[in-house]
Ligand binder design. Structure first.
Ligand code: C2O
Ligand code: CU
Ligand code: CU
Length: 460
């Protein structure tokens, strides 16, 4: 754990930087990265899994307890692992002192169990729901979605990953915790008492911290024992955009986007994820020696995750990467007319979608279940130029048709549920809802969402 030295120069940083995006400090590489446990199936109960939102305490700084929230624990949550095609009963329980919801981000479930703002569970209450993994293998996640309190609950620690596994061996690294590693990136601000005092530290335009944590670990490092590693990256921050690189400039291979495998793997040396976006990458350590140092860094050079390479003599079995057999979009899909228009606008508390702020009792759009439509999302700039908004739709995995008329980049040629939209950019999406219900769509800067940058689509 971070010693007292770290506290002095870091604890107060966020308060002085309030309002602007503070820089992330480099990891000191002191703590071995925590790997979230895989949630175990219950035996002899009337449900398969149990997920409880609860209060806890985490020792981020030596000897100092910080109040946190977690699922089945003090901070973050276990990995929920579903087999493709599987259906499981999950008991969700709220042990907090305030209402919460359980939202399965990216999972195509019916509106009534999607855990959006309509799905509040009162303190002390439980519910048993059925989750069906009726979609391609993917790295998804779960988090609360309470009306006007999502940002605070996530900030205090409520987030976890939800994986859908392919029924057959894909040939990709899949030894969980060994060569298949979840990486949840979040930035945090602590007050002078080293508490996550959201109400005081929050920024109405998107809370950013100067301290980086990965899987809830401050100053993490990861020991690498296998030559080819699969990392499942989640930008779980309230607001920050991350651009990832390797410190030696080497390239890596992106294999998946939010909702599953890319049409073809993409070799790249940089990867940007806006809040809530995911990617799976393969990193080749086989030519590294123990003396060389390597880290995952951000675009300002801050070390987010240093690696300690300790390769045994495990053979390098090169993963069979899939190649495309059909085009990402058919001619017909490319030619479809726009039928829904979304205009994102504003900053801070003045954020709107199509000129309106969120109203739980208003249906903004309607779409028929199973019918594909083209949504055009436009990020309207303001006099200051505007800002990036990550746009997310519940209940669907969509495809990006184009950005400002330009063909979808290879690393976005896969299923998506969130899309980074630059100021003045116009993004066309191919959207199908496989289930009925009321679903929200919103900016995934959580403060913008809480401020009402959200609407509702009724799928009938
Ligand atoms: Cu990550 Cu509305 O959700
Ligand atoms: Cu979601
Ligand atoms: Cu926004």
């Amino acid at each position: 754990n971070r010693g007292p030295g770290g506290m002095n120069n870091r604890g107060m940083g966020g308060m002085m930087n309030h309002g602007i995006a503070p820089l992330l400090d480099s990891s000191q590489g002191i703590n071995e990265l925590s790997i979230p446990p895989v949630l175990e199936k219950q035996q002899g109960e009337e449900f398969d899994y149990e997920v409880t939102a609860q209060q806890g305490s985490t020792e981020f700084f030596e000897g100092i307890p910080t109040d946190t929230y977690g699922y089945n624990g003090d901070l973050l949550g276990p990995i929920i692992r579903l087999q493709q095609g599987e259906s499981v009963d999950v008991k969700i329980t709220n042990d907090l002192d305030e209402p919460t919801t359980f939202h399965w981000h990216g999972l195509e479930v019916p509106g009534d169990i999607d855990g959006g703002p309509h799905g509040e569970i009162e303190p002390g209450a439980s519910q048993i729901i059925t989750l069906e993994a009726d979609q391609p293998a993917a790295t998804l996640w779960y988090h609360p979605h309470v009306h006007e309190a999502t940002a605070e609950q996530v900030f205090k620690g409520l987030s976890g990953m939800l994986l859908i596994d392919e029924p057959t061996d894909s040939g990709l690294p899949n030894d969980y915790g060994i060569d298949d590693i979840p990486l949840i990136f979040q930035d945090r601000l602590f007050d002078e008492n080293l508490q996550l005092n959201y109400k005081r530290l929050m920024d109405i335009d998107g809370t950013m911290g100067d301290i980086s944590m990965v899987n809830g670990t401050l100053d993490p490092k990861l020991t690498i024992t296998e030559p080819v590693m699969r990392f499942r990256l989640l930008n779980g921050a309230n607001a920050r955009n991350y651009t990832f690189r390797l410190s030696n400039g080497a390239s890596f291979t992106q294999i998946a986007s939010d909702g599953g495998m890319l049409k073809e793997p993409v070799e790249t040396d940089t990867l940007t994820l806006a809040a809530s976006e995911r990617a799976e990458i393969l990193v080749d350590f086989s030519t590294m020696t123990e003396e060389q140092s390597l880290a995952l860094i951000d675009d300002e050079g801050a070390e987010l995750l240093p690696f300690d390479v300790e390769l045994g003599d495990s053979p390098v079995d090169s993963a069979e990467l899939r190649t495309a057999d059909e085009p990402f979009l058919s001619e017909q899909e490319r030619a479809m007319p726009v039928t829904k228009k979304i205009e994102l606008f504003g900053m801070a508390e003045m954020v709107t979608i199509n000129g309106k702020t969120f109203d739980m009792d208003r249906i903004d759009l309607r779409q028929e279940r199973g019918v594909t439509e083209v949504w055009e999302v436009y990020n309207k700039p303001d006099m200051m130029g505007g800002m990036i908004h990550p746009f997310h739709i519940h209940g669907t995995q969509f495809k990006i048709i184009s950005r400002d008329g330009k063909e979808t980049a290879p690393n976005e040629q896969g299923l998506k549920d969130s899309v980074l939209v630059e100021p003045d950019e116009r993004v066309k999406l191919l959207v199908t809802f496989p289930e009925k219900g009321i679903f929200v769509f919103h900016c995934h800067i959580l403060e913008h969402e809480d401020n009402g940058m959200m609407g509702q689509v009724e799928v009938y």
